[in-house]
Design a protein around this ligand. Sequence first.
Ligand code: BGC
Length: 348
Amino acid sequence: MRAATVVPGRPDSAAVTEIPEPSPADGAVLVEGMLIGICGTDVEIVRQRFGQPPPGEERLVLGHESVGRVLEAPAGSDLAPGDLVVGVVRRPDPEPCSCCARDQWDFCRNGRFTERGIKGRHGYGAGRWRIEEKFAVKIDSTLGDLGVLLEPTSVVAKAWEQIERIGARACFDARRVLITGAGPIGLLAGLLGVQRGFDVHVLDLVTTGPKPKLVAELGATYHHGGVGELGFEPDIVVECTGVGELVLDIAGSCAPGAIICLAGISSGQRRLPVNLDRINAELVMENTVLFGTVNAARRHYEQAASALLRADQGWLSGVISRRVPLRSWPDALSKRPDDVKVVVDLRD
Ligand code: BGC
């Protein structure tokens, strides 16, 4: 069986390799892989040794953004052959910590969690994969290939859930939302903001290509340039670029009582002289909350599934800007100017 594999940290090792059929130890549900999505984390795994293969192995099967069709499900299961499923990324740590014991693996407290396609477990980038029923999320069959957007949507569904929970600390009549970064995470965060009735603004650097159009089609406002040039103070910010410098600009540019959610994972090593006392004073004096969020629990995948079903399918299709067949999947790793979400077709 063919799979998209890599030795983490060795870009020239990205290849299509033959691997054995999935082991029943991975779960009782057998799935035919349809698509995987490629994101910044995958690129980091290939280039910078962020990922980790399963113990004792050299290569990692990539793919944490998945969609596939059930081939076999155990008797009495809620799943049946033909159902479309998406695999949850994280598995609880073996201890388990207090959060993993409550199925809140996205808040794992000891860092010993594993993640399919990222940390200590093979991913979903293969012709067939197995999964435990608890970690397989069934999606409406009308979504089809668009189900590959479920995992990134689960990450922003969690972000929005956390924002709403923090907002409940006091009266909070938030109206204007700023999303920084018009990549897939930023666009999906924008979609969920629009679905909640907010006035959504998306900031990015580009002036051409599909991103400004996708933002406009969402009913949101596109901006390019700096946070200081926006002309308004956002009540909520979802930072999706991971650019540390931007976080500083945002911290000084929000409305009183703002909630700033950091959802982009930084990979750079930039250093800047920063007046932390000024930032501290700004955050304290305005009751600002700055928080980080990563990964998603099962309920966030379910929230994401209903958000995707409510969305315009034509718009969602536009987010998937390039499809690469499995046989040449390493092409998906090099960024092209008009890329938004690049997916690998495991059937080709
Ligand atoms: C994935 C998360 C994961 C994180 C860190 C992201 O790209 O979407 O599920 O927890 O990387 O490994």
